[in-house]
Design a protein around this ligand. Sequence first.
Ligand code: SAM
Length: 338
Amino acid sequence: IHLQHSVKSKPQKQVCKTVLKHFDAQYSEELGEQWRGARDVLLNPLSWQYGVLLNRFSDLTNLKQCLTELGYTNLLPQKHPESQSQDAHIPLQCFIHQDPVRIPTQSHHPGWLKQYYLLNAASLLPVLCLNVKEGENVLDLCAAPGGKSLAILQTATPGLLHCNEVDQHRHDWLLKTLESYVPPTLRDLLCVTHMDGRSIGTMRPGAYDKVLVDAPCSNDRSWLYTPDTHQGEMWLKERTQLPLLQKELLCSALAAVRPGGVVVYSTCTMSQAENQSVVEAVLASYQGVELLELEQHLIDSLSEQFCFAHFHSSVGWSLPLSGSLAQEMNYYLSEGEE
Ligand code: SAM
C-alpha cells in the first residue's frame, strides 16, 4: 500500500454564526473559563486529533513503518508481547500526527480486510474506559457506523459483541464496516441488530458484562460547521428532544448490564443537558448504580495528547473531558455489586 502524505489543505469549513453565537452563550455559562480553550479547538479543525486506528486482523506489513516515516506516532504506549498476561487487554494501535496530515480512506473490496480506520482519536476514550476483557459479553447500543465496535475488537476478543443500530441506512453501513474489518472466523461472535436500543434492556436484562452507550447527541462539531443557517436553527430545536432519548437509552443499558458490570455513556457534545443532567437524572432514579472514577493510569497515558477537564456537579463526580478536541464526554457507571 502507498500512503500519500497529503498536506494539501481541504476547502476551509465555514462556521455557522448562529450556532457559534448559541455556543458562546451556553458554554461560557456552563464551562466558564474552559470554554475559551474548547472554543479555540472547535474553531480550528487543524487542531483536531485525527487518528489512524490499525486493524489487527489485517496484513499490516509495511504499514506501521510507512506511518512512522510520515511522522505518525502511537497514541498509546505499546507493551511487549511477553509482558502481556492472558487476560490483559491488547493495546490499541492508533497512530496520530502533530501536523494536519491526512491519509486516504481505503475502499471496500469483498474478501479483503481494510488495514486502518480513520477517526477522531478522542472517540477511542469511551472504548478505553470500557476496558473489555477476553470473553466478555459486550453490547454497543448505538453502534453505527461502527468505529467504536471496531475499536473494541482491537482491544480484546469478546465472547459476544452485540452491535445495535436503530436507523436502517446506518445499520447497513454498520454491517459493511464490520465486513470490511472483521475476519469471517470472528463473525460468529458478532450479533448485529436493528432495534430501538431503548427496548434491549427489557429484552435482555443482565445479559452483558459491558455496555457502551455512544448516544445520539447534538454533535457540536458537525453542528458548528453546518453550511446552512436554517439547518443550524432546526438543530437548535431538535437539541431539546435529545436528553429524554439519552436517559431512556442509558436506563436500557443499565438494565442490560449484569450486576457488577460496567456501562460507559459518551457523547460528542459539551452540553450539560446531554451529559451531566442525563447521568444525574438516571442516577437519581436508578437504584444500586455507582459512578466510577476514570483510572489514573489511563489519564496519565493520554495526558500528552488530551487534557482532561474536571467538572464537579451536584452529585460530586469528576468528569473527564478529552482535550485536544475538547469534545468527547464520558461517564463511567457500574451496576451494583458483583
Ligand atoms: N458508536 C458509533 C461509532 O463509534 O461509530 C457512533 C454512534 S452515533 C454517535 C449514535 C447512533 O445512535 C446513530 O447512528 C443513531 O442513528 C443511533 N440511534 C439513535 N437513536 C437510537 C435508538 N433509539 N436506538 C439505537 N440507536 C439509536
